[in-house]
Design a protein around this ligand. Sequence first.
Ligand code: NAD
Length: 469
Amino acid sequence: MVVVKNICCIGAGYVGGPTCAVIAYKCHDIKVTIVDINPERIAAWNSSKLPIYEPGLDEIVFERRGKNLFFSTDVDATIQEADLIFVSVNTPTKKTGLGAGMAADLAYIESATRRIAEVATSPKIVVEKSTVPCRTAQSMRTILEANSTNEIHFDILSNPEFLAEGTAIKDLLSPDRVLIGALQTKEGLAAQEALVNVYTNWVPKERVITTNLWSSELTKLAANALLAQRISSINALSAICEATGADVDEVAYACGLDSRLGPKFLKASVGFGGSCFQKDILNLVYLSHQLNLPEVADYWKQVVTMNEYQKKRFVRTIISTLFNTITNKKIAVLGFAFKKDTGDTRESAAITLIKDFIDERAQVAIYDPKVSSEQIFMDLCEPGVVDTRKQVEKQIQICSSAYEAAKDADAVVIVTEWDEFRDDQLDYERIYKNMHKPAFLFDGRLLVDAAKLRKIGFKVNVIGKNELA
Ligand code: NAD
């Protein structure tokens, strides 16, 4: 039986960092080293201010760092001493070339795999942790076997990560399931068992699912596509609610009571964001096209199309409500992260909304408790275009509180569902007093009690509830 004693994780990002920190926290006899080619990121992991915000992460890292948890830029040495290597690098959607805007960019996966093949001097279990198109493990295997100069045996496993940002530590400590796919060979199954034994240090055995490699790879794409599909479905219904007087919260609640459906992921909103949902669905779309299944591709593509429509629909509602123009009006945007309890802004709905507000020549004041000004500028400016930055700087103001953002604003727009924007936490009377009148509030997250805010004097519009007073 293979016993894992030394783990290397390539990629110290939102997945590699928390995942391997939790392994170190739960398995004191395993040495875990997380490596990255980005020295600033590693320096931050080794500092008192970690590079990502995730509730509960600091405590775990600070407890194990320097004992059995290490962060390093020395990729080669760490690969050499490990017996199991997680590949947890980014797999973004390709920006240019064939498949641009749809296919996954696998350049980082390939480069990490080649590095392993070149420097390994002993057998390794290589684990795909990144989300990848189905059958990527086959390419990794070919690279490993062809490039190893040392006749080393490599096993390859797929172990996709299901954590959600904002609840990553909770999800990792108590996962719904851990999925491990392997080739159905004697060696493959032995490697699978070795990784199962790592997880069962804290995850109940019945929650560690073993499958073949390809089922495991496809499950990650399928799970994200199904989750996003529910959001797009309820968002599509929110448009019908607004046109008919139905209340999307009531519809979702009543539907969710059906035990076949369940209540989760039925919350209407301005649209999903994050680095995964759109990317993984587009992966599935691309894969379907490659497999000559155009109808299947069209089916999944609609989930993304609906999401884009929802964001644009919200912008159109805001403009039409503000008397068909937002030129020179001040819009306060509460929240920039793609969801609460994370500082991650990748594919955040806020970016689309604010870019549209800028195009409509509005003044936009932004407040988010966890996103830095620099990040906001990076997300709103086209890279390398100086004029965009100048224009953006003229039209946006980054604020240090919701009160500052809303001062003299014509409208407040809730984009991220941070608890501090709830009506029992934020002093909406104070906000109302300092706004231009009529004072509009647009709730893109169904976060506030509209009736309560109407009593204060706000004109309130909530997605999926056509009650504009
Ligand atoms: P990330 O961009 O935060 O981190 C990836 C890291 O890999 C970066 O720091 C990058 O510098 C590093 N890297 C790239 N190539 C490298 C190399 N050759 N050697 C060493 N380091 C290298 O990405 P993430 O959010 O952690 O996502 C990683 C993977 O996990 C992606 O495939 C993603 O789809 C998947 N995933 C993400 C989430 C999530 O919530 N973020 C959830 C589940 C799965």
